[in-house]
Design a protein. Structure first.
Length: 183
C-alpha cells in the first residue's frame, strides 16, 4: 500500500499557515508600510508562518508549498503586489536550508535548532529583499532606499522579527506539550 508523501494533517498545517500569510500580508502589511515606510511586517508574518508550518510537517516541500499557496492568495487579493514573488523564492530557500541542516537537528535540539531556524529566516528574508530590490522596485525608488543591499538588509531585519516570533511560538507550543515529534 502506497502512502502519500504529505498526510492530511500536513496539508492542513501547510494550508492554514499559507492562508494566514496570504491573507494578512496583502491586507495589513501595506498599511504598516504606508505608516512606517519599513518592510518588516511582511517578513514577520512570513517567516513565523514558515517556521511553524515546517515544524508541524517536518518534510521537505512544506515551506515551499506554504510560500506558493500564500503567493496565490496574496495575488488573488492584491494582483498588484507582484513583489511577493521574492517571498516565494525565499520560501524555497528556507525549505532547502532546512532540509540541508536537517529536521532532526532543527526540531530535535531546541537551542541549536532555534538558532538555526532564526538564521535561516534572516538569510531567506535577505534573499527576498534582494529579489524584490532587483526585479520589482523601480530604479529611482531603489536609489531612494539606498540600493538593493539596503533593501535586503531591511528585509533581513524583518527576518529577525519573524524568526524570533516563529521560534518563540514553536518553543512555547512545545513547552505546552504540543510536540508533533511523532511525524
Amino acid at each position: 500500500m502506497h502512502t502519500a508523501y504529505f498526510q492530511t494533517k500536513d496539508i492542513a498545517a501547510i494550508t492554514i499557515f499559507a492562508a494566514l500569510w496570504g491573507i494578512l500580508n496583502p491586507t495589513i502589511s501595506p498599511v504598516f508600510f504606508q505608516v512606517f515606510h519599513l518592510p518588516f511586517l511582511c517578513d514577520l508574518i512570513g517567516f513565523a508562518t514558515l517556521i511553524l508550518a515546517s515544524w508541524l510537517v517536518k518534510k521537505v516541500g512544506a515551506a515551499t508549498l506554504t510560500g506558493i499557496i500564500a503567493t496565490i492568495l496574496n495575488l488573488t487579493i492584491r494582483p498588484d503586489l507582484t513583489n511577493f514573488f521574492g517571498f516565494t523564492a525565499a520560501s524555497v530557500v528556507f525549505d532547502a536550508l532546512a532540509y540541508l541542516i536537517g529536521y532532526k537537528l532543527l526540531f530535535g535540539k531546541r537551542l541549536l535548532g532555534s538558532f538555526c531556524l532564526f538564521a535561516i529566516s534572516v538569510f531567506s528574508a535577505a534573499v527576498a529583499g534582494l529579489i524584490i530590490g532587483a526585479f520589482f522596485m523601480e530604479p529611482i525608488i531603489r536609489q531612494r532606499w539606498g540600493g538593493m543591499l539596503v533593501w535586503a538588509g531591511l528585509h533581513a531585519a524583518g527576518g529577525v522579527l519573524g524568526g524570533a516570533l516563529g521560534v518563540t511560538l514553536m518553543n512555547a507550543l512545545i513547552l505546552r506539550g504540543i510536540n508533533h515529534s511523532a511525524n
